[in-house]
Design a binder for this molecule. Structure first.
Ligand code: MSP
Length: 529
């Protein structure tokens, strides 16, 4: 029997309306870091991402491209999967809202809620923003009639529609928030309460008749399900909810599972208001956490977005800097939960300081000296180490604990920072001990102790950084020739087992970037010149 704790993590499913840009990749990189961390900690993890393939915008794009909507989204979904592969996103399942099983799930949910009376037929009128697929009120669009989200013009629309009985659930929702303080960060939730709930939440219009690229409802097929309701249900349809085999649903949406869902702050409203309400209506449990993350902005504070033309594709960055450097930058430089600017200078500085000068340099210096002084074999280890080494290893242990407590709270920026600090500790120790002098002075025991301890720190730091940089940390561990059983998180405590290991050939892990040159390159890339 499987006694592992279970963990379910999801990203929003991405609109299949265009290409993925680096702003989009942020969420998947963070989710992947979390998924890999939980796997490392021994959880049975299910990590899900996918594509959101219905809606008017996509129908129009397909028409423009001379394709049927399905042909269009097939292409886009394939291109998304390629990006995720290039970014090393280790999802276990990729859901598409055009999947038959998803469509059937949405239809069944609709029927069930209609029967229960939580969905009813009415009339919808309001200001509609086609690109955002959202209705807005008079006050939201102002006198200029502009979408409050994307600032493009909205138009008046009126249609027969089905509504979700949102109002009925508001008291339960507020009680749920109160009882589950870790559901969502206080400030992010308060923003939702103050902006949407306190002014009075209306029942949500959840069908459309003005176009047909969506899930038709069985009861009245000229109506298709509003793309957001369709999309939110992916989180459970992908587990087989409302299908013949609900075993995954029982397992990963069961009470025992820790459920964590990521969403950018631009779609917070759907994840912290409508999604819990939908789950309440269906009598399903709530996720443990909605991790609302910030957005990648330009230097001048504008969201990186395709339509604004300021968001580069991740491919040139992966090619030039390597996927792990890009992943590291995103997780470490952006404080998880806050907005952050993607600026060429910070990018180059961060990569040089943390990866080339700290991590890469420690690996290279340490292993080169093992080659030089000990013919490529990691020297032996004694328990009665010098005071300096003992103090350093004590601090390293504290940093491992700090890493774990931060990562367990999904502070991936802080956790990654602790891991990097541990490597920085190694670099400083290395400088202080100056092994080249120890060799000159013939202090062999201290030289052995120093290089052994530095190898140990490289091993530990690489294990801790493996969720964010799976490839580079593997390269470091490979160069040090660390056996598989000493690459696990539990093995961190097993110090002393590296002695006698023969190193593999060395190669620099991260190049030192030429600042001016790279800033110029990146500036051009972002400005799209
Ligand atoms: N299809 C909806 C989600 C439905 S989930 C039930 C959607 N798709 S999206 O493609 O527009 O966005 C996907 C994710 O990318 C969102 O979490 C969004 O916040 C994120 N990002 C898009 N641009 C971004 C940045 N510039 N920076 C960080 N994340 C960004 O919304």
């Amino acid at each position: 029997m499987d006694h592992k704790k279970t963990f379910y993590v999801t990203t929003p499913i991405y609109y299949a309306s265009g290409n993925i840009h680096i702003g989009h990749t942020y969420c998947n990189v963070c989710a992947d870091t979390i998924a890999r961390y939980k796997r490392m900690m021994g959880y049975d993890v299910r990590f899900m991402t996918g594509s959101d393939e219905h809606g008017e915008k996509i129908q129009k794009k397909a028409l423009d491209a001379g394709l049927s909507p399905k042909e269009y989204v097939d292409r886009i979904a394939a291109s998304f999967q390629e990006v995720w592969k290039a970014m090393n996103i280790s999802y276990d399942y990729y859901v598409r809202t055009t999947d038959d099983s998803h469509v059937a799930c949405v239809q069944k949910v609709f029927t069930e809620l209609l029967k229960k009376g939580d969905i009813y037929l009415g009339k919808y009128e309001g200001w509609y923003c086609t690109p955002c697929e959202s209705f807005f009120t008079d006050s939201q669009v102002g006198e200029e009639h502009l979408c409050p989200d994307c600032h493009r013009p909205v138009h008046w629309e009126s249609e027969d529609s089905y509504f979700l009985n949102v109002k009925k659930f508001v008291p339960d929702l507020m009680e749920f928030y109160d009882k589950h303080p870790s559901f969502c960060r206080k400030d992010k939730l308060n923003e939702m309460i103050n902006t949407f709930i306190k002014p009075g939440l209306d029942d949500l219009c959840i069908t459309r008749t003005s176009f047909d690229w969506g899930v038709p409802i069985a009861e009245n097929p000229k109506h298709i399900v509003y793309v957001w309701i369709d999309a939110l249900l992916n989180y459970v349809s992908a587990l087989g909810y409302e299908t013949a085999d609900e075993s995954l649903m029982r397992k990963y949406w069961g009470e025992e599972t820790e459920i964590v869902q990521l969403a950018g702050r631009d779609i917070n409203r759907f994840h912290t208001i409508y999604w819990p309400i939908l789950l309440m209506a269906l009598g399903l449990r709530q996720p443990d956490r909605i991790l609302v993350h910030g957005l990648l902005l330009t230097k001048s504070g504008v969201k990186l977005s395709k339509s604004l033309g300021n968001a580069p594709s991740p491919y040139p960055l992966i090619e030039r800097y390597g996927v792990d450097s890009l992943r590291y930058y995103m997780v470490r430089e952006m404080q998880f939960g806050e907005d952050g600017a993607f600026t060429p200078m910070q990018f180059v500085d961060r990569l040089n300081a943390d990866l080339a000068n700290n991590y890469g340099n420690l690996v290279n210096r340490t292993l080169s000296m093992v080659n030089r002084y000990f013919e490529g074999r990691i020297p032996s280890y004694r328990k009665d180490v010098s005071e300096r080494t003992r103090v350093m290893m004590e601090r390293a242990k504290e940093l491992v604990d700090e890493y774990v407590s931060r990562m367990n709270e999904f502070d991936i920026t802080g956790g990654t920072g602790s891991a990097m600090e541990l490597l920085g500790l190694g670099s400083k120790y290395f400088d202080d001990m100056a092994p080249w002098n120890l060799s000159k002075e013939g202090k062999t025991e201290l030289l052995e102790e120093t290089l052994y301890s530095a190898c140990e720190l490289i091993r530990i730091g690489s294990i801790l950084l493996s969720p964010v940089m799976p490839e580079k940390t593997k390269e470091a561990l490979d160069q040090e020739n660390v056996p598989e059983e000493l690459r696990t998180f539990e093995s961190i405590a097993e110090t002393g087992r590296l002695a006698g290991i023969s190193l593999r050939p060395l190669a620099p892990l991260f190049p030192r970037l030429k600042k001016e040159e790279e800033i110029q390159y990146l500036t051009k890339l972002i400005d799209g010149e």
